[in-house]
Write a protein that binds this ligand. Structure first.
Ligand SMILES: [Zn+2]
Ligand SMILES: [Zn+2]
Length: 351
C-alpha cells in the first residue's frame, strides 16, 4: 500500500524546512511504513538545517530521527509488525554484517539514520527497514509520544553507560548535563552509581540535582584545579579504577575537563560531538593504564533495558520534554538556535 505523507523537507541550508506532500512507495520485503505519532527535535537537526553538519543523503531530505509510530504497511518479511506501535531507533543497523553479529550494530557500516541517510520522522509517515524497529506495548497516546525521545537522547545515554561497564557503587562523572548528559545522570543513578554532574548552566545543574546528581559543579565559576579537588573529595574511598567519566558536552572545554580528570585505570566515554580539535597529552592514557571509549547511538537489542527503567519510573522523561505541533517546527529550530529551548520538543505531525 503506497502512502501519501506530509513531511518537512530540508531543501536548502539556512532556510526554513518546507512542508511538502510526499509519495511513499510500497515497502520492499524488508521495509515498513510507519505512521508517525511523535518525533523528537534534536540538536543535530539544527546542525543539518543550518548547514553546519551535512546530511549523508544530501538534500532534499525530510529530517527527524527520534520517531515513534504505528506500522501501517509492511513488506512480506515484517508482516508481523502490521498495526504495532514501534520505536524507530536513530541508528538502524543492517542486522546481518560482522559488526551486527558481534553486538556492535551501532557501529554497523551499513547503518541508516532517519533524517540523515534516509527520509526521517518529521512527517506523517516514513519508510524504514523493519529489522531494527523496537516494538512498544501501546499505552495512552501521551505515554507513547514521550517515548520518541528514547530513539536517540535516552538510548544513546543508556548505551554509553553500558559501554562504560558502570556498576552500582561506582562513581560517574558527567561533563555536560544537557539532553544526553542529563539522561546519563539519571541512568547512572538508576543503576546504583554515585553521580557528580558538571555543566556551565547553573539552572540545569539545579534540575539534575533532583534527578540523580548527588553533587554538581558549575564549570562557569570553577577552574580546573577546583573541579578536580571537588571530584576527588566526592569520590573519596572509591578507587579511580571505579570512576567512569562521561564527556557529553560536545565542546573543547568539556573534553579537556573530562580528559583532565582521568586517573589510574579510569574509563572515559566520549559521548558528545564537536568538529573542533583539542590538544591532549595522549601518553596520560599510557601512564594511567586508562581507557577511552567512543560511543555512538545504541543497538536496538538493548532498548528493552532502558524502556524498563522508564517503565519502573527510575528514569523520568516528563521534566525534560515538552510537546508541540510539528507545524511550528521552524519556530522551534529558531528557538533552539537562540538557546531558548529548555526542554526537548516532542512534535506531533498531525498538528
Ligand atoms: Zn539526535
Ligand atoms: Zn550491520
Amino acid at each position: 500500500m503506497a502512502v501519501t505523507a506530509e513531511g518537512y523537507v530540508l531543501e536548502a541550508a539556512k532556510a526554513p524546512l518546507v512542508r511538502r506532500t510526499i509519495q511513499i512507495p510500497d515497502p520492499g520485503p524488508k521495509e515498513v511504513i510507519v505512521e508517525v505519532i511523535a518525533c523528537g527535535l534534536c540538536h543535530t537537526d539544527l546542525g543539518f538545517a543550518d548547514g553546519s553538519v551535512p546530511t549523508k543523503k544530501g538534500i532534499p531530505l525530510v529530517l527527524g530521527h527520534e520517531a515513534i509510530g504505528r506500522v501501517v504497511a509492511a513488506g512480506k518479511n515484517f508482516e508481523s509488525l502490521s498495526g504495532t506501535t514501534v520505536l524507530v531507533p536513530a541508528v538502524l543497523p543492517c542486522g546481518e554484517c560482522a559488526f551486527c553479529k558481534a553486538g556492535r550494530g551501532n557501529a554497523c557500516p551499513n547503518q541508516k539514520m532517519p533524517g540523515n541517510d534516509i527520509d526521517g520522522g518529521f512527517s506523517t509517515h516514513f519508510l524504514v527497514p523493519g529489522g531494527p524497529l523496537v516494538k512498544i506495548d501501546s499505552g495512552s497516546p501521551s505515554e507513547v509520544a514521550k517515548l520518541s525521545v528514547v530513539a536517540d537522547a535516552v538510548s544513546t545515554a543508556y548505551q554509553a553507560v553500558l559501554r562504560s561497564g558502570l556498576a552500582a557503587g561506582e562513581i560517574a562523572i558527567v561533563v555536560g548535563a544537557g539532553g544526553v548528559g542529563g539522561f546519563v545522570i539519571q541512568i547512572a543513578s538508576a543503576l546504583g552509581a554515585r553521580v557528580i554532574a558538571c555543566d556551565i548552566a547553573a539552572d540545569r545543574l539545579k534540575l539534575l540535582a533532583n534527578y540523580g546528581a548527588e553533587e554538581t559543579i558549575d564549570l562557569s565559576v570553577k577552574d580546573f584545579k577546583e573541579v578536580r579537588k571537588i571530584v576527588q573529595a566526592f569520590a573519596k574511598g572509591v578507587p579511580s579504577l571505579n570512576h567512569k567519566i562521561f564527556e557529553c558536552s560536545g565542546t573543547q572545554a568539556g573534553q579537556l575537563t573530562a580528559y583532565g580528570l582521568l586517573n589510574r585505570a579510569t574509563t572515559m566515554l566520549q559521548v558528545g560531538y564537536t568538529p573542533n580539535k583539542v590538544e591532549l597529552r595522549l601518553s596520560n592514557l599510557m601512564a594511567f593504564d586508562a581507557t577511552i571509549h567512543g560511543t555512538w547511538g545504541c543497538p536496538p537489542e538493548v532498548y528493552p533495558g532502558v524502556l524498563k527503567l522508564i517503565d519502573e519510573g527510575k528514569v523520568q522523561l516528563d521534566p525534560f520534554i515538552a510537546y508541540g505541533p510539528m507545524s511550528k517546527l521552524n519556530d522551534y529550530l529558531s528557538d533552539m538556535a537562540a538557546h531558548k529551548l529548555e526542554r526537548r520538543m516532542v512534535l506531533d505531525p498531525r498538528t
